[in-house]
Design a protein around this ligand. Structure first.
Ligand SMILES: [Zn+2]
Length: 99
């Protein structure tokens, strides 16, 4: 389940919070289907979800496969060698394509 970061919504007219949960930004684990919290689970103070970049720890990052990996996986790649003419760079297909 994703971890969401929340921070207190501070209003200059509001006195500083003393709640140990929301007086500073905090993280909470939620299911993705759950709505963003608007109140601190502990004291009910106004909070907002901080949008953070996903996959900071590298989990789920998509790596572009290398040509060698693609070739091992059975793909055939062609590079454009002219107008309507393609030469195979790797793979098992015909060495050139001339549509
Ligand atoms: Zn709180």
């Amino acid at each position: 389940m994703p971890v969401y970061t929340y921070r207190p919504v501070t209003d200059s007219s509001e006195k500083p919070r003393t709640c140990d949960m929301c007086s500073e930004p905090f993280e909470i684990i939620q299911r993705m289907v759950e709505d963003a919290l608007t109140g601190c689970p502990k004291c009910g103070g106004a909070i907002e979800r901080v949008v953070t970049a996903p996959n900071l720890n590298g989990v789920g990052r998509v790596h572009k496969p290398s040509d060698a990996q693609l070739a091992r996986s059975g793909f055939t790649q062609y590079k454009k060698a002219g107008k309507g003419h393609y030469e195979k760079t790797f793979g098992t297909g015909p060495s050139t394509l001339n549509p």
